[in-house]
Write a protein that binds this ligand. Structure first.
Ligand SMILES: C[S@@+](CC[C@H](N)C(=O)[O-])C[C@H]1O[C@@H](n2cnc3c(N)ncnc32)[C@H](O)[C@@H]1O
Length: 224
C-alpha cells in the first residue's frame, strides 16, 4: 500500500507512524480518537483495534476502492467507528448508505456520526430486506458487510445483486466464531469463500490478528 495516498495517511504520533484520515468535520471526535493538526490540516487517528478496515490495512490490504466521491453500501454500521473514517475518505461528494437494524445502536450512530456528516444516509433496516432500503439510489462502488450473522454471505449476495455495480468491490468481515462454534476458524473462512465464489472473484483474504481475534476480511470483485 502506498504511503500517504490521499485516501488515508501515516502520521507520526508518540514516536510511531499511525494510520489516520483527514477529518471531514473539523474538531469532531467519534470514539475519542486523537486529533492531530499538521500544516493546517486536521487528521483523526484510525485505531486498528477498533476498526476492522484499519486492521486490514495494517495487515497488508492490497486494494483500497474507497476514494474521493465513492459510493458505499455499508451493512452493520453499529455506532459508526469505521463508517466515520470512510466518510472522511469519500469526502463531501461521496456517499455512504449505512444500514443498522438495532435501534439503540442506530440512535448512537445518528447522534455521534450521521448527524454531523452530510455524506452518510442512515438506514434503520434489516439487511435481510434490501428491497426496503427506500433511500438507496443508483448502484454503489463498494458493498462492505460487517453484520456477524451466520447467514451473512447470503445476505451480502442479495444486497450486492441489488445495489453493487458490476465489477464493484465487496468487503466481507467474517466473524468465524459466530458462524459455527464447532468448526475451526480456517475451515469456516474456506467454506464462506466457497459459497462466495459463484458470484465473486476472490481477491484477498486477510487474517485480522492481532488487532481482532478470530476475524478475517475477504475482498472480492462482483461478477454477477
Ligand atoms: C460487529 S458490529 C459492526 C461494527 C462496525 N462495522 C464497525 O466497524 O464500526 C455488527 C453490527 O451489525 C448489526 N447487524 C447484525 N445483523 C444485522 C442485520 N440483519 N441488519 C442490519 N444490521 C445488523 C448489529 O446490530 C451490529 O451493530
Amino acid at each position: 500500500m502506498k504511503e500517504d495516498n490521499f485516501e488515508f495517511f501515516w502520521i507520526n504520533s508518540d514516536g510511531e507512524k499511525k494510520l489516520a484520515t483527514e477529518n471531514l468535520v473539523i474538531g469532531n471526535q467519534v470514539y475519542n480518537e486523537k486529533l492531530i493538526t499538521k500544516k493546517g490540516t486536521e487528521y483523526r487517528l484510525w485505531d486498528p483495534f477498533r476498526s476492522k478496515l484499519a486492521a486490514a490495512i495494517m495487515n497488508g490490504l492490497e486494494i483500497f476502492p474507497f476514494k474521493d466521491k465513492s459510493s458505499i453500501l455499508y451493512l452493520g454500521v453499529s455506532t459508526g467507528t469505521t463508517v466515520s473514517h470512510i466518510s472522511d475518505i469519500v469526502g463531501p461528494s461521496g456517499i455512504i448508505f449505512g444500514v443498522e437494524h438495532a435501534s439503540r445502536v442506530a440512535r448512537d450512530f445518528l447522534d455521534r456520526v450521521a448527524s454531523h456528516r452530510a455524506n452518510i444516509i442512515p438506514i434503520l433496516q434489516d439487511a435481510r430486506k434490501p428491497k426496503e432500503y427506500f433511500s438507496v439510489f443508483g448502484k454503489v462502488d463498494v458493498v462492505y458487510v460487517d453484520i456477524a450473522q451466520p447467514d451473512q454471505t447470503n445476505i451480502a449476495i442479495e444486497n450486492c445483486k441489488m445495489y453493487l455495480k458490476k465489477d464493484g468491490y465487496f468487503f466481507l468481515v467474517i466473524k468465524t466464531r459466530s458462524i459455527d462454534v464447532t468448526k475451526s476458524p480456517k475451515r469456516i473462512v474456506e467454506e464462506e469463500i466457497q459459497r462466495m465464489e459463484v458470484h465473486f472473484e476472490i481477491l484477498q483474504v486477510i487474517d485480522l490478528h492481532p488487532y481482532d481475534k478470530d476475524h478475517a476480511m475477504v475482498i472480492a470483485k462482483f461478477l454477477k
